[in-house]
Design a protein around this ligand. Sequence first.
Ligand code: SAM
Ligand code: SF4
Length: 345
Amino acid sequence: MRHERHIATGTETTLPPLVDQFGRQVTYLRLSVTDRCDLRCTYCMAEHMTFLPRQDVLSLEELYRLARVFIRGGVRKIRLTGGEPLVRKNILQLFSLLAPHLDGGELDEVTLTTNGTLLSRYSEALFATGVRRVNVSLDSLDAGRYARITRWGRLDSVLKGIDAALSAGLKVKLNAVAMRGDFESEVDDLIGFAHGRGMDLTLIEEMPLGQTGHDRSQSFLPLDHLRRSLAGRWTLVPIDDRTGGPARYVRVAETGGRLGFITPLSCDFCANCNRVRVSCTGGLFTCMGSEGTVGLRQALRGEDPEANVGSLIRDALGRKPKGHSFEISRQAVSGIARHMSVLGG
Ligand code: SAM
Ligand code: SF4
């Protein structure tokens, strides 16, 4: 059963495909639906965040209208993110609005990235709107450490959320940000936990986005370093599987499960980048590692929104950079001022 729809949806006439200046066709949209979150992960947010005024944030209807422009331009996969997408009031309405595009075959997939705290409440409803996969962020299986990383999160709520998602029939992938220190020994437990439940685990290299009050140069753990140490304990068999994203996968022979590595700083996936990101205020980012953004909100709230938003997107794609430009090391951090929660990873 679908949730009630408040605005008309339907099969779309298509527009010329969204192609950037290097011929890369954009088929994947990551859409942030809020900058707010119920957690404050140290690598992502400052403890005392100032969130956006509500009138700056796109309404659910505006988010849907925006998504529809991308769908008409050939986007086939939409991932909702945040902040925490499930803390957005009435978020199921947006999933319900997108559902007909899944039914109609214009979209292959609608997914979300979540911290999992509200999955026990939402998993069944998400499944009912056509969601089949979720990414859940989980950096530790130790309740104390989880609380320290998230500043106040409760591990048990996430574990219950993961169970609820699996019971509802959702495929779950875990994401963990690799960090120097405890994480290096705990990662083995995360592998066992994920693979024991049929979930992929993807390790993400920390990105220098926003001041969060923690010293990234101390926490940054290069994934090539972690991978070498994992290879001393596990048999990592390289595989070609690509999920359309930047992760490179290996199969862990001992568990049979997949382990992914996302090394955003290495830029080794930029050449095939098929994605754009839109913030919850309608800022279009054609590259995650670049500060440049094109505001779509005004056009979205003006006359003939779909045509005007469409041409702004096409202009911006004409300037999509070939690759990103940030770096981090123990000595130097050359980062980007915005927080990850603005764009949602
Ligand atoms: N709240 C949701 C969650 O945590 O999954 C969705 C938004 S969160 C910003 C998306 C992803 O970005 C999470 O997997 C999180 O671990 C990751 N992330 C946040 N800040 C990061 C950073 N500085 N470097 C790398 N990954 C980061
Ligand atoms: Fe919230 Fe996700 Fe950022 Fe953690 S990573 S503070 S859960 S938005």
